[in-house]
Design a protein around this ligand. Structure first.
Ligand SMILES: Cc1cc2nc3c(=O)[nH]c(=O)nc-3n(C[C@H](O)[C@H](O)[C@H](O)COP(=O)(O)O)c2cc1C
Ligand code: SF4
Length: 365
């Protein structure tokens, strides 16, 4: 199962292991990929991963981008990214660009004075008092247009697909969260209204790239907040709507920086003793939407044996990993030889950073 030669979300792949989006902090001052980023992807391809999803790329000139973040917000970005996709394809790899509108979840670089945007101007619960501007309808429409334009650039740059980031408290996810979305217009209130930004963005992207280009989306199974978060029942409904608008794959994650303790997207699983922490949500959703859309899952997958077992029990199409592939970029290759030793990653999350992201055990200072 794990090493099936198959098609996932419109992309042919040598296995069901996907490198989930991982902010690498390896862009130059222009937001162009560095040689070090390209080599990181080449290493992952050599290591046997099926499909790579890039770290989140900034798409809109309206908002600041993060330090060392790859940008795809102007046509100038296309040529350097073409060089990147060529190198990945030359090695036989597949690569999807993750695009994001960060909103108030952004880590604002020093000296940056562009506006921070959000659905309703509500300050981040757990990240100090970051001021944000409640978007006007015109600005929302502009951001949706920016997402569509970025997707066209993704296609021109030669990526195998595009993933829209609808999870983890970034803007599209914030719209879904009642605590952060108190709007009273068409973009707030009912679930249908709160999902409008995400669905309109996805529709605009589909229209922009044409019917055949793979579009994926990452979404929360639940916000896992104490109150006024998006619930699992709501998430299921949103994914059902997504399945009806020609999207190829949904990657199930969960949580944000306002989640309850130990309920965020990137968990310390050695401490919580809860590996594969979104597996039951993805299993439920994939059963509900069997043959309608490919469902994948990310979060705490560390053992090939458990992953094989999980794939046998539920119609999930792919499993993504982030931290294990920072620790061991060749983990899929190791597993494919029959060595089922679990990942050496200890889930400490000390790889997280703004520049040259890497596992602490692999840092070359
Ligand atoms: C260093 C680091 C960077 C990340 N960057 C992104 C990102 O750019 N986009 C995204 O959707 N998720 C990002 N994530 C979350 C991962 O994709 C994944 O959802 C999470 O780490 C859980 O999977 P894991 O247990 O396999 O690490 C990041 C996680 C880490 C540790
Ligand atoms: S720093 Fe910790 S969590 Fe990150 S890859 Fe290394 S062992 Fe895993």
């Amino acid at each position: 199962m794990l090493f099936d030669n198959t098609t996932i979300g419109g992309i042919n792949t040598i296995c069901r292991i996907v490198r989930s989006a991982t902010f690498e902090g390896r862009a130059d001052r222009n937001g162009y990929p560095t040689e070090s980023l390209i080599q990181m992807y080449e290493t992952l391809v050599d290591g046997g991963v099926g499909i790579i999803i890039t770290g989140m790329m900034a798409i809109s000139p309206m908002e600041p981008h993060q330090h060392c973040q790859v940008c795809i917000d102007t046509d100038d970005c296309i040529a350097p990214l073409q060089a990147l996709t060529k190198r990945v394809h030359d090695k036989g790899g597949k690569i999807i660009a993750q695009i994001v509108i960060m909103g108030s979840a952004i880590l604002v670089p020093e000296g940056e004075n562009r506006i921070i945007v959000s659905p309703s101007g509500i300050p981040e619960m757990n990240a100090g008092s970051k001021e944000s501007h409640a978007l006007t309808i015109k600005e929302i429409e502009k951001l949706i247009e920016d997402a569509a334009k970025a997707a066209i650039r993704v296609k021109k740059a030669g990526f195998d697909g595009v993933q829209f980031h609808g999870a983890h408290g970034y803007l599209a996810s914030k719209f879904l969260t009642p605590y952060y979305n108190t709007r009273t217009d068409d973009y707030g209130g009912t679930l249908e209204n709160r999902a409008r930004f995400l669905l309109f963005s996805l529709r605009a992207i589909r229209q922009a790239v044409g019917p055949d280009f793979p579009i994926w989306v990452k979404i929360n199974s639940s916000d896992f907040m104490k109150e006024s978060g998006m619930t699992f029942e709501e998430s299921k409904q949103v994914i059902l709507w997504i399945s009806r608008i020609g999207i190829n794959a949904v990657e199930i994650s969960g949580g944000n920086t306002s989640s309850l303790p130990r309920q965020g997207p990137i968990r310390a699983i050695r401490r919580t003793k809860e590996p594969m922490y979104f597996s039951k949500y993805a299993a439920d959703i994939s059963t509900l939407l069997k043959n309608k859309i490919d469902i994948g899952v990310v979060g705490g997958f560390r053992s090939a044996t458990d992953m094989e077992q999980y794939l046998k029990q539920s119609p999930v199409a792919f499993i993504s990993m982030c931290r294990p592939l920072l620790r061991q970029p060749d983990l899929p290759k190791i597993w494919k030889t029959g060595n089922t030793e679990p990942s050496l990653c200890i889930s400490c999350s000390r790889c997280f950073g703004s520049e040259n992201v890497n596992c602490i055990f692999n840092k070359q200072e």
